[in-house]
Ligand binder design. Structure first.
Ligand code: SF4
Length: 325
């Protein structure tokens, strides 16, 4: 990485206390368990993994919706913890999965898109309407829809409203959480391509959370594969798809996506089911499902190592790690 990262996660942890039953004590759930990555401006990081792997919790921490248990997230070199709500909203905005539930049905499109400006009192109120109309044009919405309501729009148009609302603050980073999975297949590609066009035009940085690997391959410049709160492999997209190293990445790439995307569970054909995150397996937490498991995998936790430009956590690469050091 040459340029300083626009966003950097340093050994980030998030632990929840989970109640297991009425008379049982609470147990810790390590939703994010020591995640580190850095992203250059203008890049797209695909964050992939099964439901429960920690990718959404990671995104919620970057958005300031969850506090970290430990670690640090830096945006433009500034600790997230030191940014107030407005400063954070000017830098990071979300686009959520479901444009049906994320838009207030009683508010007009103009009102929805201008909401961040009004909440954070940004700019001159007399200029808000013009700014919103410009934004509507940018995201492919005719400004004549300004006074319409979400129920009068198609699914694709509603997602464009959500994109416009996210961009109105001119953020540097967009967190896109399954941005098209609630849309008809016919409009999914259109919205994804528009997101890519906007990313290039505005030099945005995206964190793309999805289980749809085709979307990741199409959009992401880097991919981080998460399993039980850890990034088990991180690489350039082309490298990862051409030569996956971690057995879990191989299983994901060989998976057949579920026909019900809202379930967020690719059919990985891994045999054993996804473990209970409250009681994760010992050693390498993937070992009960791993096709290449070895004796030490159930007792020794693998450490991250570099295999060329690829960061991977797996005992299969212990030798490379020793050679590299
Ligand atoms: Fe499989 Fe062992 Fe590698 Fe874990 S450390 S992914 S169990 S080979």
């Amino acid at each position: 990485m040459t340029a300083p990262p626009v966003i950097e996660a340093r050994d980030v942890y998030k632990t929840f206390s989970i109640k297991q039953g009425l008379f049982k004590p609470k147990k810790p759930l390590h939703a994010v368990n020591g995640v580190s990555f850095g992203l250059e401006k203008g890049s797209v990081l695909g964050l992939v993994g099964e439901s429960g792997c920690g990718k959404t919790t990671m995104a919620r921490m970057i958005l300031g919706l969850e506090t970290m248990t430990n670690g640090e997230i830096l945006i433009d070199g500034e600790p997230l913890s030191g940014l107030d709500r407005i400063a954070l909203a000017r830098r990071v905005q979300p686009i959520f999965q479901d444009p049906y539930s994320s838009l207030n049905p009683r508010k007009s499109i103009g009102s929805i898109i201008s909401l961040p400006l009004r909440v954070h009192k940004v700019g001159d109120p007399n200029g808000w309407k013009k700014r919103v109309e410009k934004m509507m044009e940018l995201v492919g919405l005719p400004p004549r829809l300004y006074h319409n309501y979400p129920s009068q729009l198609s699914g694709g148009q509603r997602q464009r409203v959500a994109i416009g609302r996210a961009l109105i603050m001119k953020p540097e980073i967009l967190i896109c959480d399954e941005p098209t999975s609630a849309l008809d297949v016919s409009v999914q590609a259109q919205i994804l391509n528009e997101l890519l066009d906007l990313q290039k035009e505005l030099d945005l940085t995206y964190i793309l959370i999805t289980h749809n690997l085709a979307v990741v391959e199409h959009m992401a410049t880097r991919v981080a594969v998460m399993y039980l709160g850890r990034v088990v492999e991180e690489a350039e997209t082309a490298t990862l798809f051409k030569n996956p190293r971690h057995p879990y990445t191989k299983a994901l790439l060989g998976s057949i996506l579920t026909p019900e995307p809202e379930l967020d569970v690719p059919d990985t054909h891994l045999g054993a089911t996804f473990p209970n995150p409250v009681e994760p397996p010992s050693g390498c937490t993937f070992h009960p499902r791993c096709a290449e498991v070895m004796a030490k995998c159930s007792t020794e936790t693998p450490r991250p190592c570099m295999v060329g430009d690829v960061k991977v956590e797996c005992h299969l690469f212990d030798r490379e790690m020793q050679e590299a050091s």
